[in-house]
Ligand binder design. Structure first.
Ligand code: GLV
Length: 314
């Protein structure tokens, strides 16, 4: 039994491991922690904290008991073809990451609802033109994805007086949110959506979902906000929909690939606001708290949470 392998390996592509180590130490001073690249005995590693771990690395740890994701998504872990089959994958879910995502969505919706984009364009041309305030209840917000992230943002917008709809794979019942599921539910929601917010996870079903056919189902001039994954979006279809006016504007936080290449039209298109994957940030302090809590739970014989589902992909 691998029960006495209790060290933790930080394997985070593109991240400095030091703040993560410090944050974990603050909660668990006795935890033995290694970072990828340092010398360690693979047999001592019981836990790993990862972002885009190198393919094969997890399989090289024979006594691994849990793989902790540095994000809500687990697609960056499932991408490893050699991933050991039985090790639980734990998503990062914390009140603070839900709050971060909620705040981003609130900012984006309020920005367009209050026509700050139009005001900025007017300022650039030195034009003083009054902008009438529209009735927010008549500008429905539609969410793609009603998991932990979508739910927090949707509920907050409903609390502000917006009409909020949410679409998810399986039927949901969320107070204040008109819930839809399935293909028919998607069409019904899109037909009324003025602000479309995607917070979907990356699964084979969601790749390319934000395409010309979907944009065509939105009322003309709807706004698209993508906070899920870059590969949900067919970039050329969005640019064409922006150019034709079918989509009025877009805020994009996730891309395929990241970073966005220097010659991508997303950098300069007047209808696009681009942010560098900042919707939520499972930073060191948040990971330290969530991961140490799970390790304590596991040491006491419990199961870590929330578990990612390999078959579902999130
Ligand atoms: C970030 O993209 C995450 O998966 O939380």
């Amino acid at each position: 039994m691998p029960s006495d392998a209790n060290a933790l390996l930080i394997a985070a592509t593109g991240e400095d491991p030091v703040p993560y180590r410090d944050a974990l130490r603050a909660h668990m001073p006795d935890l033995e922690i290694h970072a990828e690249g340092e010398a360690y005995d693979p047999a001592t590693i019981g836990y790993s904290l990862v972002w885009q771990p190198a393919p094969g690395l997890m399989a090289s740890l024979p006594n691994l008991k849990a793989i902790f994701s540095m994000g809500a998504g687990i697609d960056h872990i499932l991408a490893d073809p050699a991933l050991p089959a039985e090790v639980p994958i734990v998503r990062l879910m914390h009140d603070k990451t839900r709050e971060q995502m909620r705040d981003y969505v609130l900012h984006a919706v309020l920005h367009y609802y209050r026509q700050m984009d139009v005001a900025a364009a007017q300022q650039a041309e030195g034009a003083w033109r009054f902008l009438q305030i529209r009735d927010k209840a008549a500008l429905p917000v539609g969410f793609l994805g009603m998991g932990e992230m979508g739910r927090a943002a949707a509920t907050a917008l409903a609390g502000l007086g917006f009409t909020v709809m949410g679409w998810s794979r399986s039927p949901k019942d969320i107070p204040g949110v008109e819930c839809h599921s399935g293909a028919e539910g998607l069409a019904a929601m899109l037909a009324r959506t003025r602000f479309l917010i995607s917070v979907l996870p990356a699964t084979p079903d969601t790749v390319g979902l934000l395409d010309a056919a979907l944009f065509a189902q939105l009322p003309r001039g709807a706004v698209v906000v993508n906070l899920g994954r870059g590969n949900h979006l067919v970039a050329g279809d969005l640019l064409a929909a922006l150019d034709s006016g079918q989509v009025g504007a877009a805020t994009l936080d996730v891309f395929d690939p990241e970073p966005v290449p220097a010659d991508s039209p997303f950098w300069t298109h007047p209808g696009v606001r681009l942010t560098p994957h900042i919707g939520s940030d499972g930073n060191a302090a948040i990971c330290g708290e969530a991961v140490s809590e799970n390790i304590r739970r596991m040491s006491a014989g419990g199961a870590p949470a929330p578990l990612g589902d390999r078959a579902r992909g999130y």
